[in-house]
Design a protein around this ligand. Structure first.
Ligand code: SF4
Length: 271
């Protein structure tokens, strides 16, 4: 399938009397995001629904940590096998990493937040998510593992019960939403009086964030784009990331769970 051009223009604004996000014009031709460059035009597995249980991520993450330790040991073996401090440092790093991983499991499955967010979902977890994504590609399970990783991230981030003012929350959506999904997002944005922006590229999303200076973001994207966005932004700013279903392939007519979006927006603005 030959990607064709797309133009999306959205004016999300609020007036004093009628807070309302308004769609001016949208054309829905497909232009692939670079994350989908290798897409062959065939239907995506599961009709573009990559839902997966959290355990898939945790298994793959444990494997990733194990690979990291093995690479470290191999390097020491090659570069300085007799340097005891290197082996000691690896042992300490290994123990600390597995301890942290155990705390992550406890936090997720035990329902407690055992560490501050900078040491958990907005800290080392973001790096682990990215590394695990690379490992999962070797097994052709990338999208499912990323979906599970994002679910785990959201579950932890949501438990922080953060509250911000209406003007301090930003909703970022991609250019590929179906009309139905877009209408739903705009209705939610209007209902809770929060600004919504279409971020056609990651660079633009970062610029909007820089200029608007929100105190929290609800972002919508496919798993691949969300991973990059979380890695770049979540360390500095609280983000909840809503992934989509892609029944018509990537970058076009994406669907999302509007109930979850409303629940997040409502929870964040304390309405
Ligand atoms: S968010 Fe949408 S437009 Fe962006 S890469 Fe994913 S599917 Fe494509």
């Amino acid at each position: 399938m030959t990607p064709r051009g797309v133009r999306v223009m959205l004016d999300a604004h609020m007036t004093a009397n009628a807070p309302r996000a308004q769609l001016i014009h949208i054309e829905t031709d497909r232009r692939l995001g670079h994350e989908w460059d290798e897409w062959d035009g065939r239907r995506l597995p599961g009709n573009g629904d990559f839902s997966a249980p959290p355990g898939l991520f945790f298994r793959c993450a444990a494997l990733t940590i194990g690979i990291g330790m093995a690479v470290g040991a191999a390097l020491i073996f090659l570069l300085g096998p007799r340097v005891a401090t290197l082996w000691f440092a690896l042992g300490v790093a290994s123990a600390a990493t597995w301890l942290w991983f155990g705390t992550l499991l406890l936090s997720f499955y035990g329902g407690v937040l055992a560490l501050p967010e900078g040491w958990l979902e907005r800290g080392p977890y973001l790096r682990l998510m990215s590394l695990t994504s690379y490992v999962s590609r070797a097994f052709a399970r990338r999208d499912w593992v990323e979906h599970a990783a994002i679910d785990v991230y959201n579950a932890l981030a949501e438990r922080r019960r953060r509250r911000v003012g209406k003007g301090e929350l930003l909703v970022l959506i991609p250019r590929c939403l179906s009309k139905q999904a877009l209408d739903g997002v705009l209705a939610i944005a209007g209902r809770y009086e929060v600004p919504v922006f279409v971020a056609t590229r990651g660079q633009l999303a970062r610029r909007v964030i820089r200029e608007r200076r929100p105190r929290a973001v609800v972002a919508v994207a496919c798993e691949r784009d969300m991973m990059t966005g979380l890695r770049d932004v979540a360390g500095r700013l609280p983000v909840l990331g809503l992934t989509m279903r892609l029944p018509n392939g990537p970058c076009r007519d994406a669907m999302l769970d509007l109930d979850v979006m409303e629940q997040w927006v409502k929870g964040l603005v304390g309405a």
